[in-house]
Design a protein around this ligand. Structure first.
Ligand SMILES: Nc1ncnc2c1ncn2[C@@H]1O[C@H](COP(=O)(O)OP(=O)(O)OP(=O)(O)O)[C@@H](O)[C@H]1O
Length: 299
């Protein structure tokens, strides 16, 4: 469990994180979402004690990171995968970190296997591709078998196979009961990975919401049926809000397309159209529009 309370961090006169409070719970993947410059990396650095906040507090399993007796065994992090000595082999890189943290060498071979780097374990990390470097960074994060894991933009620049692998790894770690916080600036990425979302913009909390609730709130469904009145009554009963759309269509908010279809089935009306109207990406952009630092303006 990560608890962040009223966290504020400034760089000169720039407030990177502004009174931010949220908790990250174990057993699920929490997506940490926000446009570029929203303060995600700064928050992650504060969790790891790498940045001193100007105000507020951050605890991991009830203690500040600097107060943790064996930090790598409690928190693992992938912040910057390029932070590797290029002439050192992957295995030696891991061995050095393991030794300084009192972690046995056999754990190094275990994590090399988990991330699929055994065959290149004795190759220099300097020659690694971006994907291999990411895997090595993740091996470092897993070294202490920690209960809390932070991944800062882990899929940036990866090919589809690498992205799929990272998604499955994160889901697997959460299924083992670990606390997994993963940052991204892409809603589409989070929609496929996260169970819960923390959305920030300009250092402030915008939303702390379950992914299914976000999907529900973020979308409209346009629907037509042979008995609109009967359907509208059923949709309202199911918790939706029904508004009149163009050409006699109904616009439903608060329900997913599947729930609208189910309501039609229950009402025994025939649907002639069922169209989800807004993508998740659109919902996210609507949510963060006012928080984007640099916007392209229409020419
Ligand atoms: N060391 C620093 N010195 C000065 N300003 C900084 C520093 N680190 C971050 N900032 C500023 O603080 C704000 C938040 O940055 P941060 O890197 O935390 O955002 P982010 O959400 O991780 O963005 P991105 O997705 O682009 O990595 C930005 O405006 C950034 O320019």
């Amino acid at each position: 469990m990560i608890e962040i309370t009223d966290l504020t961090k400034r760089y000169g006169n720039k407030t990177a994180v502004d009174g931010l409070s949220f908790n990250v719970h174990p057993g699920r993947v929490t997506g940490f979402l926000g446009p570029n410059g929203a303060g995600k990396s700064t928050t992650m650095r504060a969790i790891l004690g790498l940045d001193r906040p100007h105000a507020g507090s951050v605890t991991v399993n009830g203690r500040a990171y600097v107060g943790l007796p064996r930090p790598m065994r409690e928190v693992g992090a992938l912040l910057d995968a390029r932070a590797v000595h290029p002439r050192r082999t992957a295995r030696n890189h891991l061995l050095c970190i393991a030794q300084t943290n009192g972690i046995p060498a056999k754990r190094v071979d275990e994590v090399l296997q988990v991330v699929g780097l055994e065959s290149v374990a004795r190759k220099r990390a300097g020659g690694f591709s971006l994907g291999m470097g990411q895997r090595l960074g993740i091996a470092v994060a897993l070294l202490g078998d920690p209960k809390v894991l932070l991944f800062d933009e882990p899929v940036n620049g990866l090919d589809p196979e690498g992205i799929k692998w990272i998604r499955e790894l994160m889901r697997g770690l959460a299924a083992e009961g670990r606390t997994v916080l993963v940052s991204s600036h892409l809603m589409s990425e989070m929609a496929q990975t996260a169970d819960h979302l923390i959305v920030i913009g300009k250092g402030k909390l915008i939303a702390d919401i379950g992914i299914s609730e976000f999907i529900r709130q973020g979308s409209n469904v346009l629907v037509r049926a042979d008995d609109q009145e009967r359907l509208a009554a059923k949709l309202t009963e199911a918790g939706g809000t029904v508004l009149p759309g163009a050409d006699g269509a109904l616009i439903v908010t608060g329900l997913e397309a599947r729930q609208v279809g189910k309501a039609a089935l229950d009402a025994e009306v025939v649907l002639t159209e069922l169209t989800p109207q807004r993508s998740l990406e659109q919902a996210y952009m609507d949510l963060t529009r006012d928080s984007i630092e640099f916007q392209a303006s229409a020419a």
